[in-house]
Design a protein around this ligand. Structure first.
Ligand SMILES: Cc1ncc(C[n+]2csc(CCOP(=O)(O)OP(=O)(O)O)c2C)c(N)n1
Ligand SMILES: [Mg+2]
Length: 701
């Protein structure tokens, strides 16, 4: 497939310094990809004038303070073009955010780091990683996610403005810019996100679509023939066109239209030619995803009027140009903002105090006291119900703890009465309605978390798979998004196998850095939220039942505070001899969620036969795995190999805790449609089955 060869890559309407800056971005990208012997040079080369125009003329960003809360956000959704972003961060002189708000002095991306693009010790990873490098707003690479995240950032901007702006004091009014590609446009999550953004009329959001008609397999007409502009108009967006990515004046006009638009998000569709300027070998489109090779690089540099043998050349005028434009504008804006915040403290003390609390990054004092303690109740309540109560209580205590569901608030119990709906024109509400767009919801929540909020999002647990790619990025980026996932097993009953999660627990537990909780009763739910809210840098999945779970009498059982350690002894075996402390049990029964109750019943049956069974509640594997060996040994003594685990899910992974000898009582197939009690019986998930498994493991007497 031939990529059209292009004339010398001049920016139209630009000045010499503009051209120099654009060519510096291009040559840095080419050289870095060449040195790495991998990466995508073509897109950074083609988009250099577009990105330069955004940064030079529009982005409100102080390179000295990359964490300034009211900075404009720039998201590179086509993360494969990462060298574009690294070049910009370097040339704009963005500093590395100081630890704990300290002064930022070091460059976020030095030239040395660019020379080590894609190497193990470089901040210039293959794809941009937010937690690794200042100036990167979000981790991108999986196409579509940056678009999804940006909608959350724009939503957060609206919510923050509603809460913290007071007359004469605009504390939040940042815009979010996104560069995205054909792949982004093809991905479903982008459509979900664009649909939400159009509905919410997020006029503070601007996507710039690199319409270069090429993806990896070749020209886009192989698989993509829709009218993107018409689609976005239908979604309620303003659509602008720029006929040539090199036409910086046209780009500027389009972005001015975005700035003037008050009622809709904007899509700017920019035509570009990948690798623009690089002379092409006939029949090759290698610049798409591979280094250009020395000959092609030389040719390109020649066409730019660049010293052909120079590598990683940064003419000093270029950083100066960024400093004079974006740098000065950003610094002025940030200083004015600091004054605004100071002035607000004089006239609106309550808002100012609330703002200071939000900006501190700490939770408001007293948040822990808000968490309810549930009374003993044999009938009990579904953990989705106790979760709803905890969410409501926390919502009153932590203003920026907010969220919603993918059209399942009544089932997931996530609606907070009196907190208002977040919707077009009513951005102060704290009940978010994501519509039936699970993937878009989770991706937006990542953007909200990156904007300082503590978002939760909810759906049925089985639809974990619909949002998994965004969940994975919550984990990679250390984002404290809380996934409230209810209807956690065959216990949901009549809706049948399409709605009954089986392998979802194993799949979620396999994600590094993600804590998966399956609490056994209302007080374990409370303790789960205590752990999860208390730490903002890790996502959590909270898996909750549809059916009632008895609220255990903690006077007779281990304290629910044990949730913080992942697993704890809920009920120990009775003393070996009358009057002595409980010793090593004969067997251990481990359960999570609704099956903990079955383990307790099984232990009673065994006790009646003189078998000393310990019951362990294990709501969170990875927290338990983090405990020291002594604690782990105190809960699961090595000497006791007679172990039975019970969970109404597939047993994948349980051998980690029950060992080779252990038995698992659970699911080995998809579920079925029927009332929950009938299903538990049908699939053999009963106290008797647990007791039988335990008996089989004990030495014959
Ligand atoms: C979800 C996802 N699927 C597949 C890929 C692999 N991939 C990387 S770039 C690319 C296509 C690139 O085409 P386009 O999005 O048009 O970007 P361009 O090359 O034009 O910059 C693909 C399929 C990916 N990064 N993310
Ligand atoms: Mg493309």
């Amino acid at each position: 497939m031939a990529v059209p060869s292009a004339p010398a890559p001049r920016t139209h309407h630009g000045t010499d310094i503009d051209r120099l800056a654009v060519d510096t971005i291009r040559t840095l990208s080419m050289d870095a990809v060449e040195a790495a012997k991998s990466g995508h040079p073509g897109t950074p080369m083609a988009l250099a004038p577009v990105a330069y125009t955004v940064w030079k003329d529009f982005l409100r960003y102080d390179p000295a303070d990359p964490a300034w809360p009211n900075r404009d956000r720039f998201v590179l959704s086509c993360g494969h073009a990462s060298m574009l972003l690294y070049s910009l961060i370097h040339l704009a002189g963005i500093r590395r955010a100081g630890a704990h708000g300290g002064a930022a002095i070091e460059p976020a991306v030095s030239l040395e780091q660019i020379k080590k693009f894609r190497q193990l010790d470089s901040v210039c990873a293959g794809h941009p990683e937010q937690h690794m490098t200042s100036g990167i707003e979000t981790t991108t690479g999986p196409l579509g996610q940056g678009c999804g995240n940006s909608v959350g950032m724009a939503m957060a901007a609206r919510w923050l403005a509603s809460r913290y702006n007071t007359p004469g004091h605009t504390v939040f009014d940042y815009d979010t810019y996104v560069l995205c590609s054909d792949g982004d446009m093809m991905e479903g999550v982008t459509s979900e996100a664009a649909s939400i953004a159009g509905h919410l009329r997020l006029a503070n959001l601007c996507w710039i679509y690199d319409d270069n008609s090429i993806t990896i397999e070749g020209e886009t007409h192989l698989a993509f023939s829709e009218d993107v502009g018409m689609r976005f108009k239908g979604l309620g967006w303003r659509v602008e066109h720029v006929a040539d990515a090199n036409d910086t004046a046209a780009m500027k006009r389009a972005l001015e239209q975005f700035k003037a638009e008050q009622d809709k998000p904007t899509l700017v569709i920019v035509k570009s030619v990948i690798g623009y300027g690089a002379p092409k070998k006939a029949g090759s489109h290698e610049s798409h995803g591979a280094p250009l090779g020395p000959e092609e690089i030389k040719g390109a540099k020649e066409a730019y009027g660049w010293p052909v043998d120079a590598q990683f050349l940064v003419p000093p005028e270029v950083p100066e140009q960024f400093a004079k434009t974006m740098g000065v504008r950003g610094k002025t804006a940030r200083q004015a903002w600091q004054q605004t915040v100071a002035d607000q403290a004089g006239s609106h003390a309550d808002t100012a105090a609330d703002l200071a609390s939000f900006l501190s990054g700490r939770l408001p004092t007293g948040w822990e006291q808000a968490i309810p303690c549930f009374p003993v109740d044999a009938k009990g309540l579904a953990s989705r119900v106790s979760s709803g109560k905890v969410i409501q209580a926390l919502s009153a205590a932590v203003p920026w703890f907010l969220g919603g569901s993918a059209d399942l608030a009544p089932s997931t119990m996530t609606l907070v009465p009196g907190a208002g709906d977040f919707g077009p024109g009513s951005f102060a509400g704290r009940n978010f309605h994501f519509g039936i767009r699970e993937h878009g919801m989770a991706s937006a929540c990542n953007g909200m978390a990156l904007s300082g909020l503590r978002p939760y999002c909810a759906t049925f647990f089985v639809f974990l798979d619909y949002l998994k790619p965004a969940l994975r990025l919550s984990a990679i980026g250390n984002l404290g998004v809380i996934y409230v996932l209810t209807h956690d097993s065959i216990g949901l009953g009549e809706d049948g196998p399409t709605h009954q999660p089986i392998e979802q627990l194993a799949s979620a537990r396999a994600v590094p850095g993600l804590s998966v909780f399956r609490p056994a009763d209302a007080n374990e739910v409370s303790e789960t939220y205590r752990v999860v809210i208390g730490r903002g840098d890790r996502p959590a999945v909270i898996v909750l039942s549809r059916q009632n779970l008895p609220t255990l009498d903690r006077a007779h059982y281990g304290s629910a505070a044990g949730v913080a350690r992942g697993a704890y002894v809920l009920k120990d075996a009775g003393p070996q001899d009358a009057g002595t402390q409980p010793g090593i049990p004969d067997c251990i029964l481990i359960g999570t969620g609704s099956e903990v109750q079955l383990c307790l019943e099984a232990a009673e049956k065994l006790a009646a036969e003189g078998v000393r069974a310990r019951v362990v509640s294990m709501p969170c594997w990875d927290l338990f795995a983090e405990q020291d060996a002594a604690y782990q040994e105190s809960v699961l003594p090595t000497a006791v190999t007679a172990r039975v685990a019970c969970e109404a899910a597939c047993g994948f992974g349980w051998e980690r805790w029950i060992g080779q000898r252990g038995r698992f009582v659970g699911m080995t197939s998809f579920g079925a449609s029927g009332p929950a009690p009938a299903l538990y019986k049908h699939f053999g998930i009963t106290a008797e089955a647990i007791a039988t498994a335990a008996r089989q493991l004990l030495p014959a007497t």
